[in-house]
Design a binder for this molecule. Sequence first.
Ligand SMILES: Cc1cc2nc3c(=O)[nH]c(=O)nc-3n(C[C@H](O)[C@H](O)[C@H](O)COP(=O)(O)OP(=O)(O)OC[C@H]3O[C@@H](n4cnc5c(N)ncnc54)[C@H](O)[C@@H]3O)c2cc1C
Length: 434
Amino acid sequence: MLVVGAGILGLSISYHIKEHAPSKDVFLVDRFAAVAQGNTARSNAMFRNTFTSRDNVALADSSIDYYLEVQNELGIDLGLKKCGYLWLMSERQASKGEANIRKLKNCGIELREYTREDLQRLLPALRSEFSASDEARLMDLESIAAGIFGEKCGRLDPTKLANYYKERFLALGGKIAVNTNVTSLIVEPRQPLGIEGEPFTWQESNVAGAKVEGAFHGELRAKKTIVAAGAWNNELLEPIGLDGHVKAKKRQLFTLTAKKSEELERLLRTRTFSSEGFPFAILPKNACFVKGVEENREFWVGCDDDFNRPFINVPDANLEDCKPEPEYFERSLYPILRQYFPAFEGSRAGQMWAGYYAYNTLDSIPFAFEENDLIVAGGQSGSGIMKADALGRIVEALYRLGEDGDATLHGGRGYRIRNLGFKNRSVEREEWVI
Ligand SMILES: Cc1cc2nc3c(=O)[nH]c(=O)nc-3n(C[C@H](O)[C@H](O)[C@H](O)COP(=O)(O)OP(=O)(O)OC[C@H]3O[C@@H](n4cnc5c(N)ncnc54)[C@H](O)[C@@H]3O)c2cc1C
């Protein structure tokens, strides 16, 4: 068994396969110098069980339960803090989201609803009223009318989570090769005839492993190959005529120190929503968000603006070329931020970095399918850390049972594997992508 891509997904898949079948040889390869150095390392690593799609709810909710159990019951620190998600909504957004909120509540998702008055009391640093501001009008900023707080939501440390899966996988006898670039997948006839130019169209063929260069050279042959290469899925799949089903889009994060302002320090230590600190706050404009990282005395901010931000079919392999844009913070993000939180007035970006979301543009739900001894998984659309455990379990079940089987997610919930495939896909489209 060969797994390509040692990001959080490849690690979770490899671990779950090995856990289920310890005698199976599982070889995980990655072209970076260590595991989880791709978009996993560049993630905001927030988690939530608040999605509009029941599929995303199932994947995230069960993964979160698993991460909570690992940290709270096994005592393994994943840096997990249940600080909650606070969606700040204009009147228009609140009425548009009403049905989804009701649906989540009916599913048992722990949500608290706040009025503007509640928010003013619980979060006095938030400016919620803009009717008299010319600048806000110019920027089309809406006043805040309501807030929704997701309780089983928060942040974790993606490196710690990745190391958890890595250590478990290695302890079970799994093997990892880093600095190993897969240059192509090997396609060959199931019954070779030894004729030059095989496989021909009339021959049944399959994927029999991969060609690699770097720490390992040559061919890695495997009965089953799994591609979990994230934003780079297309690079390996398109040359063999398969649709990688992902489009990459650059996403950026900026840090803002709280050290120079008492007001920001106070904001960071907010305890009115959860004992774990400032909630992940999503503003009504472009899902612009603010995360508190109290241990570093800083905030992280970013934005989910989709239109006019280009898709990339195959991003460069070198993530160093995926650069953040300081002017994006200054001209696009900061003007919104300082309006809703005036305490950020004068803040300048400290550290900044960028990575890629791997979008499944069809419905923003992950996929997992098998074709000719090749299993492909991905399309987490910007929320792959929080769904990694469930997706790992589904891919393991796909490998073992095929598309017609059922996977068992953490906590015993069943999930029909074929729902995440493309031939018999049956998922609800996700509307709340951040
Ligand atoms: C700025 C930003 C913020 C985010 N915020 C969140 C968030 O708050 N919460 C959340 O859940 N998710 C978030 N995400 C998304 C999350 O990071 C991803 O969904 C997740 O990390 C994807 O994991 P992955 O294993 O599929 O991909 P990656 O971590 O990118 O791993 C893919 C791996 O495949 C390897 N690879 C690719 N091609 C080859 C090849 N040919 N040969 C060998 N190796 C190869 C790469 O080197 C890489 O290590 C964010 C992402 C970004 C960029």
